[in-house]
Design a protein around this ligand. Structure first.
Ligand SMILES: *Cc1c(COP(=O)(O)O)cnc(C)c1O
Length: 391
């Protein structure tokens, strides 16, 4: 007999993997009201604090007044509006690519782009720690999925060799890994993709607007902007808005418009969202944007340093995503619950988001945190960790 829904839920609970959402009152700021208690936000991807920046909300309001609240259809029906066009032009300038295409979310972008460029008979090489939306895109594509060990370009080289001559090859990687905060070895991946005549796609959800002097992302930081075939990124994180993009050649854009099902069969983003994204792009290229990036770097260095001083290991990463390894599932959840009691909001991350045995608290630093807030948070984290014997 099939398992009932109640039994399935009970099973999720008994494994300690039950998930529920928490209600935030007010905006995604550094200080939030959570289930009625004040807390320091330490788990938002609103890295530059743009999610409640007046430049974005005013642009959104003006666009809603002028263009209304919906795009009314898919891009290919009646849903390509002036603002889609302007945002794509601004993106292509920002990323220095021939063209750009806007998607409804990062999830929709990855599940649209990957099956558009790889299918039956092709091979997708994907880093083991890539985001779930990349895996879903790869599974949806019908191409063969080969997962290579995390950031291990030597292993990838052997796998590429092994699959030589088997159709189109796509190498796909997070630019900044979403749960570890480390960087993909993009220079080595570019060498491999050139040697093996493969396409390289970088998902820069966490690098866009953050990394590189101009905020163009991990490819700018590592000096390989021209060599990445598909630079995908999102507007919902550092850019403080919603949606995603692919920065590509004109030819690839044409293919995506013709083949990406999440673009073809879904109503496009509404005017207010597009206008907020446009305002965010402008802002991150201004002196204010550069100052916010510098502040985020300083805050990240401070937070990572304080954690190290307190005896934590924070892994290989250097970015604003800072994992604190926390042992088993139960202990991880206790850790995050007790931190919330202390007024620090950090999520415990469990399987299937991370591999079994790699549970962690995923802390994220924002440019808008003060040094005092970060020092206080590390104090609280260390106190709870000692109580739970994590350190
Ligand atoms: C958040 C994220 C996505 C999904 O983007 P959304 O716009 O939130 O759907 C895709 N890839 C990575 C690496 C992410 O971190």
């Amino acid at each position: 007999m099939a398992m009932s829904i109640a039994e399935e839920l009970a099973q999720i609970r008994s494994k300690g993997l039950y998930r529920a959402t928490r209600l935030i009152k007010g905006a995604q700021s550094t200080r939030v009201m959570l289930d009625g208690h004040g807390a320091l936000m330490l788990c938002s991807n609103n890295y530059l604090g743009l999610a409640d920046h007046p430049a974005l909300s005013e642009a959104a309001m003006a666009a809603a007044k002028r263009y209304g609240t919906s795009s009314g259809a898919s891009r290919l029906v009646s849903g390509t509006m002036e603002l889609h066009h302007r945002l794509e032009a601004a993106l292509a300038r920002f990323k220095q690519t021939e063209a750009a295409l806007v998607f409804n979310s990062g999830y929709a972008a990855n599940t649209g782009i990957i099956p558009a460029v790889a299918g039956r008979g092709d091979v997708i090489f994907s880093d083991r720690l890539n985001h779930a939306s990349i895996i879903d895109g790869a599974l949806l594509s019908g191409a063969r999925l080969v997962r290579y060990p995390h950031c291990d370009h030597a292993a990838l080289a052997r796998l590429l060799e092994k699959h030589r001559g088997t159709g189109r090859c796509l190498i796909v990687t997070d630019g900044v890994f979403s749960m570890d905060g480390d960087l993909a070895p993009l220079r080595e991946l570019v060498e491999l993709k050139t040697a093996h005549d493969a396409l390289l796609m970088v998902d820069d959800a966490h690098g866009t607007a953050v990394l590189g002097v101009h905020g163009r992302g991990s490819a700018e930081l590592l000096g390989v902007m021209e060599a990445v075939d598909i630079q995908m990124g999102t507007f919902g994180k550092a850019l403080g808005s919603f949606g995603a993009y692919a920065a590509v050649s004109a030819e690839l854009r044409e293919l995506l418009v013709n083949r990406a099902r999440s673009l073809i069969f879904s109503t496009s983003l509404p005017p207010a969202v597009l206008a907020a994204s446009l305002a965010a792009l402008e802002l991150v290229q201004s002196p204010e944007g550069r100052a916010l990036r510098e502040q985020l770097l300083a805050n990240t260095a401070l937070f990572r340093g304080l954690l190290r001083d307190a005896g934590f290991s924070t892994g290989e990463g250097t970015t604003q995503i800072v994992p604190i390894m926390s042992g088993a599932v139960e202990q991880t959840m206790r850790f995050s619950e007790q931190l919330l009691d202390e007024g620090v909001f950090v999520q415990g991350i469990r399987p299937p988001t991370v591999p079994a045995g790699a549970c962690r608290l995923r802390c994220t630093v924002m440019a808008t945190h003060t040094a005092e807030e970060l020092a206080w948070a590390v104090d609280r984290i260390a106190a709870v960790a000692r109580r739970l014997e994590v350190i």
